[in-house]
Design a protein around this ligand. Structure first.
Ligand SMILES: Nc1ncnc2c1ncn2[C@@H]1O[C@H](COP(=O)(O)OP(=O)(O)OP(=O)(O)O)[C@@H](O)[C@H]1O
Ligand SMILES: [Mg+2]
Length: 370
C-alpha cells in the first residue's frame, strides 16, 4: 500500500466569506492522519467545520491553505470523481421514482459499466447492507433504516477505498440509529475499508469509532481513542463536551513527578495524590475535573479527599440515579448505578440528607487553564 494513511489533512484552513461580508475560518489549521482500515470520526457541535472538512477530502471544496492527501498523494485540485473516496451525504436523497436497484446502479451506469457487471455489483452491495430481495421496491416502500442502507449501498457499489459519511443516521429514531450504528461498524470491519464518519452525537462516535477527532470552532481539540478522550480529556472543553464532569477551580500547592496536591478554595480543602500530566508547575491555577459516576458516596469519612455535603436533589433515570450534592455552596453531581431493583422511594437518597463524597485520587483530573 502506498501510504500508512488513507487520508491526511496537513494544516488545512478553509476560509469562507459570509454573505454578511465577514471572513470565517470554517476549518482552522486542522491536521489529522487517518489510518488505513480505520473507523475515524469527526465529532463536534453544529457549525464546527465537520462537513467542510469532509467536503475537502471528497474534493467538493478546496483548502484555502494546507493540503489534503489521499493514500499519500497530495490532492491539489483533483476533482471528486478522480479521488478514491465516496460520500454518503448529510441528506441522503434517494431518487424517489427509481427502484432500489436503479438507485444503486445509477453511478455505475453513468460510468458506462456493462449490464452484467452492474447486476453483479448491485447484488453484492445489497448483500453487504442486507437488503437482498428488495431491489424492485421504491424508496417510499422502505423504512427509514432501509432507505439509509440503500444510500450506503449506493456509495459502496463502486468499492471505494475510503467511505465518507456525513451524519448518515441523523434522520432515524434512536432505536434504529443504535441498530444501524452496530451494522455500519460490522460492515466496516468486514470490508476493511476506511470510514471517515461525521457526527455531532458523542455516544454514536464512542460506539463506532477506533479514533475520534473532537472539533470546536474549526479546530481539533483532541484526537484519540474513545477511552483516551473520555478518561483523559485534553482540556476543559473536551471534558465538558464528552460526557459530564464536575469542575472545581484550584491551585497546585505541591508537585512531585507523579502526584499533585491541589488546593480548592471553593471547598476550602486540598485534594491530594492527584495524578499529574506534563507541563504543570507549582502554584499554577488549574481546573480540577471529576466525572459524576466517579464520585463515590460513602457512609463514613475516609482519609483521602472525602467531603461532607447535603443532598439537594435526586433524579431517577432508570439505569442511574443522579444525586446532586451541595458541598459548601458548590453543587456536585453524582451518578449512582441502580444495581438493585427497588420501588421504595425511601431507599434512595432524600433531600437534605447528609452524605460523604469521596473523590479517589485516580479519578480526579487536573486540566490546564485556557
Ligand atoms: N459555503 C459557505 N459559505 C459561507 N459559510 C459557510 C459555507 N459553508 C459552511 N459555512 C460556515 O462554515 C462553518 C462550518 O460549517 P460546516 O457545515 O462545516 O459545519 P458542521 O460542523 O458540518 O455543522 P452541522 O453539524 O450543523 O452540519 C459554519 O459556521 C457555516 O455557517
Ligand atoms: Mg454538517
Amino acid at each position: 500500500m502506498a501510504s500508512e494513511f488513507a487520508v491526511e489533512l496537513r494544516d488545512v484552513v478553509k476560509k469562507f466569506i459570509t454573505p454578511e461580508g465577514n471572513e470565517l475560518n470554517a476549518v482552522d489549521h486542522v491536521t489529522m492522519q487517518i489510518k488505513n482500515g480505520e473507523f475515524f470520526s469527526m465529532l463536534g457541535s453544529s457549525g464546527c467545520g465537520k462537513t467542510t472538512s469532509l467536503r475537502m477530502i471528497a474534493g467538493f471544496e478546496w483548502p484555502t491553505e494546507g493540503e489534503v492527501y489521499i493514500e499519500g498523494k497530495p490532492m491539489g485540485h483533483t476533482p471528486p470523481f478522480q479521488r478514491k473516496v465516496n460520500t454518503v451525504f448529510q441528506s441522503y436523497a434517494l431518487f424517489q421514482h427509481m427502484t432500489v436497484f436503479q438507485n444503486i446502479a445509477f453511478g455505475l451506469e453513468m460510468e458506462g459499466a456493462d449490464k452484467n457487471e452492474i447486476e453483479k455489483r448491485v447484488k453484492r452491495a445489497l448483500e453487504m447492507v442486507q437488503l437482498t430481495g428488495m431491489e424492485r421496491r421504491k424508496p417510499k416502500q422502505l423504512s427509514g433504516g432501509q432507505q439509509q442502507r440503500v444510500a450506503v449501498a449506493r456509495a459502496l457499489v463502486k468499492v471505494p477505498d475510503v467511505l465518507l459519511l456525513d451524519e448518515p443516521l441523523g434522520a432515524l429514531d434512536l432505536k434504529l440509529r443504535k441498530e444501524m450504528q452496530l451494522e455500519l461498524k460490522a460492515l466496516q470491519q468486514q470490508l476493511g475499508i476506511t470510514f471517515v464518519y461525521v457526527t455531532h452525537d458523542q455516544e454514536e462516535a464512542m460506539t463506532m469509532s477506533d479514533r475520534i477527532a473532537v472539533m470546536s470552532k474549526g479546530k481539533v481539540q483532541q484526537m484519540g481513542t474513545p477511552v483516551e478522550i473520555y478518561e483523559r480529556p485534553a482540556n476543559r472543553f473536551v471534558a465538558d463536551f464528552i460526557g459530564e464532569s464536575n469542575f472545581l477551580e484550584g491551585t497546585i500547592k505541591s508537585l512531585s513527578k507523579e502526584e499533585a496536591v491541589v488546593f480548592v478554595p471553593q471547598l476550602n480543602a486540598e485534594l491530594t495524590g492527584i495524578p499529574v500530566s506534563d507541563g504543570l508547575v507549582n502554584g499554577e491555577e488549574v481546573t480540577v475535573s471529576i466525572r459524576p459516576e466517579k464520585v463515590h458516596i460513602s457512609d463514613k469519612v475516609l482519609d483521602v479527599n472525602s467531603f461532607t455535603g447535603r443532598v439537594t436533589n435526586t433524579v431517577y433515570i432508570g439505569t442511574d440515579t443522579h444525586v446532586f450534592v451541595d458541598l459548601m455552596g458548590k453543587q456536585i453531581k453524582v451518578f449512582e448505578q441502580n444495581r438493585i431493583s427497588r420501588l421504595d422511594p425511601g431507599s434512595f437518597y432524600s433531600i437534605g440528607q447528609e452524605v460523604i463524597l469521596v473523590m479517589w485520587p485516580d479519578n480526579v483530573l487536573v486540566l490546564k487553564k485556557g
